[in-house]
Ligand binder design. Structure first.
Ligand code: DQA
Length: 161
């Protein structure tokens, strides 16, 4: 069974940490990817993190993932609001797909309110900053392995009265 999750980041996300930190936070992409790989390892998943500023490269990676991966987590950056090509590539992918945004795009400029991706993905996580990537990976574990794979809450021992 395939156990690889592709984590894709689009244009300008290589600049995380220094790019408008008041919106995108202080973590670098390397910080986020390092944590994701660790989290994936603990959950038995191989996390393949890639970033590109080029639309065609993202399309090619999505096409490849159809036969090599169990799921895709994607922050398409500004392509969210412009790219029919990335949407079509995702639509052709019969895999669980999570669209992710660090910021709440609906609270921002109007041109960011529409996503070409939302209608073709499994679900969307937005507005939680870098923590959103962790949430997305947990959601992906559930999509790939089923609800039984979710971590169990700790049970407290009953105290005698
Ligand atoms: C973003 C939101 C987009 O509107 C923007 O162009 C980005 C990042 C986010 O993660 O909040 O580059 O996808």
């Amino acid at each position: 069974m395939k156990r690889k999750i592709l984590v894709l980041n689009g244009p300008n996300l290589n600049m995380l940490g220094t790019r408008q930190p008041e919106i995108y936070g202080h973590d670098t992409l390397a910080d986020i990817e390092g944590r994701l790989r660790k989290q994936g390892k603990a959950r038995g998943l191989d996390v393949d993190c890639r970033q590109s500023n080029h639309e065609g490269e993202l399309v090619t990676w999505i096409q490849e993932a159809r036969t090599t991966c169990a799921g895709i987590i994607i922050n398409p950056g500004a392509y969210t609001h412009t790219s029919v090509a990335i949407r079509d590539a995702l639509a052709a992918c019969d895999l669980p797909i999570i669209e992710l945004h660090l910021s709440n795009i609906h609270k921002r400029e109007e041109f960011r309110h529409h996503s070409y991706m939302t209608a073709v993905v499994t679900g969307t996580i937005l507005g939680f900053g870098a923590y959103g990537y962790e949430l997305a990976l947990e959601a992906m574990v559930r999509l790939v392995d089923g609800p039984a794979a979710a971590p169990k809450p700790k049970t407290r021992s009953r105290r005698k009265k």
